[in-house]
Design a protein around this ligand. Structure first.
Ligand code: CA
Length: 380
């Protein structure tokens, strides 16, 4: 038994030197997170992370979930998941209630791994791969007077760093300008680097289809969040109309949320976030559901080294989709905007070499958290 003794939320925030935005229009001036720490009676510590507004995640954990899990066995991770979900679902079956639950789930898996002396992926099915191909997420909008130039420069920098796949933001309020910017990036990186686009759901159905047809000519791999996530009928239309893959789901939660997307094949690729959609336990179920319906699962990731490590273990245990002699393995989203919690929070930062990231092999998440970094950026 690994009895849970204490649960602590570390709310951290750091300023961003060059604020950036996407089609959403809100300016990212700081990066922050709710880091969850769970300690057992034997002194084993597990780490987790919650995606989204960190003070809200903290409120869920401190007022609702925390008191319910003290004294329980960390190995009952899915029993705890079902209990907490059923406690909260009348008030929040999606959104921050599930993000907060995700942070707890990841921390419990970290504890289980540490107690067993095994990395998490060895406990959830094993290693289909020991390393993953990553793609650089970036090319946000920073300098409104140099939107094309800055995108080209940033893309060239990723290629120089070894990345072989890049995802860029679109949705500048002018499809013509979007196309011009994507074309400039495609010409700068050449035909061998994979390129994806992310609209952060800013288009209507007809606008997305019209733009998608132009993007197909520029050999774009996938069109992420073309339209608003609530419009599932719209997703079916866009996905059917375009030859290119349509992706989405970073703002969807749990097996029940993803059920409707995958059974209707509303997207070609679903992107659950382990720090949001329900943790490692729930994302495993979502991935199985997707595979059963012929939908690819390529997780979203946008957090600290803790979320990134959890995503790597999840990716290691994902079967090839579909299995083949030379399969196309699922990609790691390696977000590249300024974030000290991604780069500085662990003793050995997670890095890419020629676009490849190694799956951690040490017990649990396989990372060592630096408490001085939490203290330096602590809000609560
Ligand atoms: Ca996205």
């Amino acid at each position: 038994m690994s009895l849970i003794k204490k649960i602590t939320c570390h709310v951290v925030s750091a300023p961003v030197e060059r604020p950036f935005t996407s089609s959403r229009g809100w300016l990212y001036k700081q990066r922050g997170s709710c880091i969850v720490e769970i300690e057992t009676a034997d002194g084993v510590v597990g780490w987790g992370e919650c995606y989204g507004p960190s003070q809200v995640a903290r409120a869920y954990i401190e007022s609702q979930y925390g008191p319910r899990i003290i004294g329980r066995d960390a190995f009952d991770v899915e029993v705890i998941w079902e209990d907490l979900y059923n406690r909260i679902k009348d008030y929040g079956s999606k959104g921050m209630a599930i993000s907060a639950l995700s942070g707890i789930d990841i921390a419990l898996w970290d504890i289980i791994g540490k107690v067993c002396g095994k990395p998490i992926h060895k406990l959830i099915g094993g290693a289909h791969r020991t390393e993953v191909q990553s793609y650089a997420t970036g090319l946000y909008f920073i300098d409104m007077d140099r939107l094309i130039e800055e995108a080209v420069e940033e893309a060239q920098e990723y290629v120089a760093q070894g990345f072989t796949a890049i995802k860029m933001k679109i949705g500048l309020g002018s499809p013509k300008l979007d196309i011009e910017r994507v074309r400039a990036v495609r010409e700068a990186i050449g035909g061998d680097v994979r390129l994806m686009v992310d609209a952060n759901h800013c288009f209507t159905v007809p606008a997305a289809i019209k733009l998608g047809r132009e993007l197909e000519k520029l050999d774009v791999d996938w069109f992420e969040e073309p339209i608003s996530p609530e419009d599932l009928d719209g997703y079916v239309e866009v996905t059917r109309a375009l030859d290119m893959a349509v992706a989405g789901g970073e703002n969807e939660f749990t097996r029940w949320g993803f059920r409707d997307i995958v059974t209707r094949k509303a997207m070609d690729i679903v992107q659950p976030d382990v720090c949001a959609a329900g943790g490692i336990s729930e994302c495993r179920k979502i991935a199985t559901l997707a595979a059963a319906h012929g939908v690819e699962c390529v997780p979203h990731a946008w957090g600290s080294a803790i979320g990134l490590a959890a995503t790597l273990h999840f990716l290691a245990a994902l079967p090839d989709q579909p299995p083949s002699f030379r399969p196309m393995p699922p990609l790691l989203e390696f977000e590249q905007c300024e974030n000290p919690f991604r780069d500085l929070l662990t003793v050995d930062p997670i890095v890419q070499v020629r676009g490849i990231v190694q799956i951690p092999t040490a017990p649990g998440l396989g990372i060592e958290v630096k408490r001085d970094v939490l203290d330096r950026y602590r809000v609560v």
